[in-house]
Design a protein around this ligand. Structure first.
Ligand code: FAE
Length: 536
């Protein structure tokens, strides 16, 4: 478990290069081999059961398997290893079809208006890749399928500035994170930065260069942001020598070629151990103590979402890696319904939206942002210290010139919500209120009011409604609900129940100051190393 067992960048690229050579994850890949073992059978006994196949779950599976433990991963979404009739595994952002949304009959695009017109459309109900989960005050976007959020996200792989870390995870030693676990996570994920020389010349980042020009003219620090996209592949896309993915506007509903999702990194390595099996289209509904091990209830579903069968298995250890929302919902329900009554009172608390808020600016006609825009963002405006906002310069990959600059800001929003069980409705609710986004808007304005004043420009009002400036109804970055050192011990153990662990974004108390998945991965690396050494 030293850093030396992590793939070197060269080795990593070699390994993923082989995978990238197929349309996406092909039948010959290690991950595909793992799945061929078939779904879990009722009555099975497993040493370690991992709920969810996102960042936390993938790290846990790989490290447990390397330590000699057999692992079964349960994933409610699809395997995403089979092309549709168009030869592609995922659909395009501009043409959402049945593959786009999780069990919806109409799309729910984060940016849902253009030129004041609604752009959502009817789709067949299917276990699609992007879930827009609606709570009373916020819509939480999440990935569904083998690879979790890595399937749908922008791949922006950002390590928080060290000076900001004590606020991110107050109970964790920064020295071990920055010395060992952030480097390990970055290596395991295959993080890299755009070639600055190519960035300066390529048409597909004109929008980012315009964003930089405006930021710098107003005196804001401008930074390149690393990503898990294969930058060599993107350059080949621009040269026209390979099928396009980032340059075809693929984002949100999956990426067919260049993005190194978890299927190509951690999960491929986990599968190569021969000890990891994955059951897609299986949803955990209960985890109950059973004489030193746990009885796990699992619904197998079909692609309409209908339950095909209900299975019961036993597991010696269970790792909750269903994401901030998924893990929190399970734990809150199990505590409230008396299945895991001894979970402590912190379960469900400390949930935040990473301060997400979106906006667009209308540029002058002499300042176009380009009709070809890479769907993968590569830079940001860092006004965290002065104004509490870190703004990604995001694409609007519409395929036409929009004269718009678009931003997703991560802000230092102090509001925290809690999940609770509504017994009469039989569901978990979240206390977040739409008005709690106001601090985020104020922090984002610390950047964009100044840029607009300097450039003589205005906010776009046509992207989120008929006249609405701020995309304040959503988050891409749910965090918290089973906070480290509060709901769990300082390594994610649910101490009232030996053998139960939380190992995903639910551990992080609401904000990472930047995009979250590198921190989720690094924290999982830290915790699983300790758990393997101390508990197994
Ligand atoms: P996650 O990746 O969500 O995995 C949880 C898995 O558990 C999912 O596959 C679920 O389907 C599965 N699951 C849930 N409940 C159950 C159940 N009961 N039974 C079985 N399976 C279940 O969790 N972050 C960045 O750092 N950079 C970005 O550029 C970025 N862009 C994003 C863009 C979008 C559109 C979205 C939605 C998110 C983005 N994120 C980004 C956030 C990032 O993907 C997210 O923080 C991580 O995926 C969370 O990792 P977890 O391991 O916590």
């Amino acid at each position: 478990m030293s850093t030396t067992d992590d793939v070197s960048r060269r080795g990593f690229l070699t390994a993923t290069g082989a995978l990238l050579g197929t349309a996406a994850l092909g039948a010959h890949s290690p991950a595909a081999r793992a799945r061929s073992a078939g779904p879990i059978g009722s009555g099975a006994h497993v040493a370690a059961l991992v709920i969810g196949t996102g960042y936390g779950g993938s790290v846990a599976a790989l490290r447990l398997a390397q330590a000699g433990v057999d692992v079964h991963m349960i994933e409610m979404g699809k395997a995403w290893d089979t092309p549709g009739a168009d030869g592609k595994i995922f659909c395009n952002t501009r043409e959402p079809d049945y593959r786009s949304y999780w069990l919806r009959t109409r799309t729910k695009a984060p940016l849902n208006y253009f030129l004041g017109f609604p752009i959502d459309r009817d789709i067949p109900r299917h276990t699609g890749v992007l879930d827009a989960e609606e709570f009373a005050g916020i819509t939480v976007y999440q990935g569904r399928g083998v690879g979790g959020g890595s399937l749908v996200n922008g791949g922006m792989a950002v390590t928080p500035k060290r000076e900001n870390f004590p606020a991110v995870l107050p109970s964790v030693d920064p020295a071990e994170m920055y010395g060992v676990y952030y480097p390990r996570a970055n290596a395991g994920l295959g993080v890299a930065t755009v070639d600055p020389a190519w960035f300066e010349t390529t048409a597909c980042y004109q929008y980012a260069r315009v964003g930089r020009k405006h930021a710098q003219r107003s005196g804001f620090p401008f930074v390149f942001v690393p990503d898990v996209y294969d930058w060599d592949y993107m350059e080949q896309e621009a040269a026209g020598s390979v099928p396009q993915s980032a340059l075809a506007g693929e984002i949100l509903y999956g990426n067919n070629y260049g993005k190194k999702s978890l299927q190509k990194t951690y999960l491929a390595r986990a599968a190569a151990t021969g000890r990891v099996t994955i059951s897609p289209l299986h949803r955990v509904t209960s985890v109950a103590p059973a004489g030193g091990s746990y009885t796990v209830t699992i619904e197998q579903i079909d692609t309409t979402g209908a339950v095909v069968t209900t299975k019961t298995v036993t597991a010696d250890r269970v790792f909750f890696a269903a994401g901030s929302v998924g893990t929190s919902k399970l734990l809150v329900k199990l505590k409230a319904t008396g299945v895991l009554p001894a979970l402590n009172g912190e379960v469900g608390k400390g949930w935040g939206d990473n301060g997400n808020v979106m906006c667009g600016r209308a540029n002058h006609l002499w300042d176009p942002t380009g009709k070809l825009q890479s769907a993968i963002p590569c830079c940001g405006i860092d006004n965290w210290t002065a104004g509490g906002a870190f703004a990604e310069v995001a694409p609007l990959p519409t395929g036409i010139e929009t004269y718009a600059s678009f931003y997703l800001s991560i802000t230092d929003n102090p509001n925290r919500a809690r999940f609770s069980w509504n017994a009469s409705a039989g569901r978990v609710e979240l206390s977040w209120q739409t008005a709690w986004k106001q601090p985020s808007i104020d922090m984002a304005k610390s950047i964009f009011d100044k840029i607009n004043a300097k450039e003589g420009t205005i906010y776009r009002t046509d992207l989120f409604g008929v006249y609405k400036i701020w995309g304040d109804h959503l988050t891409y970055h749910p965090l918290g609900g089973a906070v480290l050192n509060k709901a769990t011990d300082n390594y994610g153990r649910l101490t009232a129940y030996p053998g139960l662990y939380v190992i995903d974004g639910a551990l992080i108390p609401g904000n990472t100051t930047v995009n979250p998945f590198v921190t989720i991965t690094a924290l999982a690396e830290r915790n699983i190393e300790h758990i393997i050494a101390a508990d197994l």
